[in-house]
Design a protein around this ligand. Structure first.
Ligand code: SAM
Length: 266
């Protein structure tokens, strides 16, 4: 038993520590104990992960992973289990980060967890082979900016993305341009649309924008992420590509605060 694991047990039983750190959104299995056995979505996020785990490279040896909105670290820890050399999980909520660090200690998996909003990813000053951006987009007041920042500053190759979706599942082929008087396209169910939540959705005041499927796909494309697969309804595996710089200049509006250009994590 490692000294860290030993000290955890000295401060109280594993079960007591798990209860003290709760409530948990991620149902992890720590020392055989489930952290959120009564989750409203079932055995979450394992049931979701089981539907798309096959699209993620099984061997991440030598690769770096950034998990944005890592919560209690389910995906960060899973990526470390796939052999990733460096995994960094970031989140704004210190309560979830405490859970994640605890889970790292109990499992003995070497994952770094840091308090940082997606808005500050430029400060990391490095790019990652795999960026995970699951379940965060609709919690943001400025969702497209987040995708632009990820593209501009931290993604190198793969993006694993998920967003809650509402509205039509249809996807219309958007035209390259529309006449000023063309109003009908916007009423098509499959035209890209975001639903603004002024107050609450599902009793949660942090839900701000819920896109339909066409909108998710258009936002990813527009931010420079090519969709390679959609293993389940809400989940996309994308690949980074350069964005076409519009004639009036690059569209990212939130430059790095730290001086200097991005360094490599190695
Ligand atoms: C619905 S949970 C998703 C957790 C995990 N990524 C998953 O898919 O299971 C959303 C997470 O995003 C975090 N979050 C919300 N706003 C954020 C922001 N601006 N930057 C980074 N994380 C944020 C929340 O604290 C929460 O842990």
């Amino acid at each position: 038993m490692s000294s860290i694991q030993h000290s955890l047990i000295e401060e109280g039983s594993l079960e007591e520590r798990i209860i003290t750190l709760g409530p948990w959104f991620h149902n992890l299995r720590l020392g055989g104990i489930q952290t959120a056995p009564d989750h409203f979505l079932g055995d979450y996020p394992l049931i979701k992960y089981n539907r798309f785990r096959n699209v993620i490279p099984a061997d991440l040896s030598g690769k770096s992973v950034l998990d944005i909105g890592c919560n209690a670290g389910f995906y960060s820890l899973e990526m470390k289990c796939r052999g990733a050399a460096y995994v960094l999980g970031i989140d704004t909520d210190e309560r979830y980060l405490r859970q994640a660090r605890f889970a790292g200690q109990v499992t003995g998996l070497d994952v770094e967890f840091r308090r940082m909003p997606v808005w500050d990813v430029a400060d990391l000053g490095e790019r990652f082979d795999l960026v995970i951006f699951m379940g965060v987009l609709y919690h943001l007041r400025h969702p497209l900016l987040a995708l632009d920042l990820i593209h501009e500053h931290v993604a190198r190759d793969l993006l694993l993305f998920q967003s809650m979706q509402r509205g039509s599942h249809e996807v219309v082929m958007v035209a390259g341009d529309y006449d000023f008087n063309a109003r009908a396209p916007f009423d098509e169910p499959g035209y890209p649309k975001m639903h603004f939540i002024e107050h609450r959705y599902s009793h949660d005041e942090t839900n701000w924008w819920v896109p339909n499927r066409a909108c998710v796909e258009a936002m990813l494309r527009s931010s420079g992420f090519v969709i390679e697969s959609q293993p389940e309804d809400e989940v996309y595996l994308c690949r980074w590509q350069p964005v076409d710089v519009p004639p009036d200049g690059p569209h990212c509006v939130y430059p790095a605060k730290a001086a200097g250009k991005a360094k490599d994590w190695r």
